[in-house]
Design a protein around this ligand. Structure first.
Ligand code: SF4
Length: 217
């Protein structure tokens, strides 16, 4: 099976398994989404959703958040991983939004990535989920699944992102990245791989191996 055919079969299966997908981070506008995504590094979406009601009451907009101190933010987000750094970044990011963008979240990748604490993945999530611009944010889980499914040999998330963008239709990227995240959460246990029990890995991993062996002989 070619890589393209494998990608099509995987997409059809993901559509069957997860016909509708909603972003898991609670938010009410681009600013609160950006903050929530910044907080989600190395923690669960559930934990982020537990702290954001109080945080968004403290700073519901860039203007209000820019008036807060990192210590005030830290007091609320302390249960999350990397909380001290995230507190500083949320306040600094809000100040920069006020200085450069009249308090509005910019709808382009370069301006987003120039904000403190906003990397390429965070910026891509905001482009996809706040502005409905096609993007394929790749985290370590998507990176790993793309490798197991034989969709990318990428050594890093940037290469995997490029490979996935080339394989899947642009209008499916926003939905697909969520579907793959949902798949990983449901089927990938923390420790052992059991490919024969997974609806996609059971055939995709074997197919990838067959092709690799065939190309060696
Ligand atoms: S075999 Fe199971 S645990 Fe391993 S990548 Fe596939 S779904 Fe995840």
């Amino acid at each position: 099976m070619t890589k393209k055919a494998r990608a099509q079969r995987i997409q059809a299966q993901l559509d069957e398994l997860f016909p509708t997908v909603e972003p898991a981070l609670d938010h009410r506008d681009p600013f609160t989404l950006l903050v929530a995504v910044m907080l989600s590094a190395q923690t669960t979406d559930k934990k982020v959703n537990e702290v954001t009601p109080a945080l968004f009451a403290l700073g519901p907009s860039a203007e209000r958040m820019a008036e807060r101190t990192p210590e005030q933010v830290l007091e609320i987000i302390r249960p999350l991983g990397l909380a001290p750094g995230k507190s500083k970044n949320v306040v600094a990011m809000s100040k920069l939004l006020m200085e450069r963008h009249q308090g509005e979240v910019p709808a382009n990748l370069a301006d987003l990535e120039a904000l403190p604490g906003v990397g390429h993945k965070t910026a891509s999530v905001v482009m996809a989920q706040a502005f409905d611009v096609p993007a394929f944010p790749v985290d370590t889980h998507i990176h790993r699944l793309a490798w197991r499914w034989g969709l990318s040999e990428g050594k890093n998330v940037e290469q995997t992102e490029r490979d996935l963008m080339a394989l899947f239709p642009k209008d499916s990227w926003n939905k697909l990245h969520l579907q793959i995240i949902f798949f990983g959460r449901q089927y990938c246990p923390a420790r052992s791989h059991k490919p024969d029990q997974c609806p996609i890995c059971c055939w995709a991993f074997a197919d990838k191996r067959r092709r690799a062996e065939a190309s060696r002989t």
